[in-house]
Design a protein around this ligand. Structure first.
Ligand SMILES: [Zn+2]
Length: 182
């Protein structure tokens, strides 16, 4: 295969897949006003278990509001905001990590996509690259529902194919008349 491979995020992969608030403690000393513990709050945005962006605020309530608004922003928008520390792009998990949203396993197989579909399931072809996704062994099975992320839309070009991958039985739940069981 000679054309370059361009990796495409899963439709449900919104880049950020986690966020958390951590208490930061500091023992303040002062000969004038006395000594005491002080607290601030780190707000962290994560992708695949790696902290990619971080800021510090003064209260838990403001930390929760900051997390809720920041998780709707993209990385480039946070880079423009001096209140945020954004990690170097090379440290952000991207290629070589499984494309299943939230999974941080290294990929073991590469599937080139036969067709690209947008969110309304319209077929779109952007250029002559080979669009692909990578998955780990746990997520190699993609199912037969839908158009974009389905076994029938993939051609395995590296590692084992989808028919070699079994889904963990603990993660299988049957739908009844189209209703998903929790
Ligand atoms: Zn995975």
């Amino acid at each position: 295969m000679n054309a370059r491979i361009a990796f495409v995020r899963h439709p449900e992969d919104l880049f950020w897949d986690g966020g958390r608030i951590r208490v930061v403690e500091r023992y303040k000393t002062s000969g004038l006003s006395g000594d005491e513990w002080r607290f601030s709050y780190n707000v962290e945005l994560l992708r695949k278990d790696v902290v990619v962006a971080r800021t510090t605020v003064g209260s838990l309530e403001y930390a929760a509001a900051t997390l809720a608004s920041a998780i709707q922003l993209c990385l480039a928008e946070l880079e423009q905001d001096s209140r945020w520390e954004v990690m170097p792009w090379e440290t952000v998990p991207n290629e070589e990590v499984c494309c299943q949203p939230g999974c941080s396993n290294l990929s073991t197989r590469t599937y080139v996509m036969k067709k690209l579909f947008d969110r309304s399931c319209m077929f779109e072809k952007l250029n002559d690259a080979n669009y692909a996704r990578e998955f780990c062994d746990e997520h190699g099975q993609r199912g037969d529902c839908g158009l974009d992320d389905a076994n029938a839309n993939y051609v395995c070009v590296k590692g084992k194919d989808w028919d070699d991958a079994l889904v963990d039985p603990d993660k299988v739940s049957e739908s009844v008349f189209g209703v998903e069981k929790s």
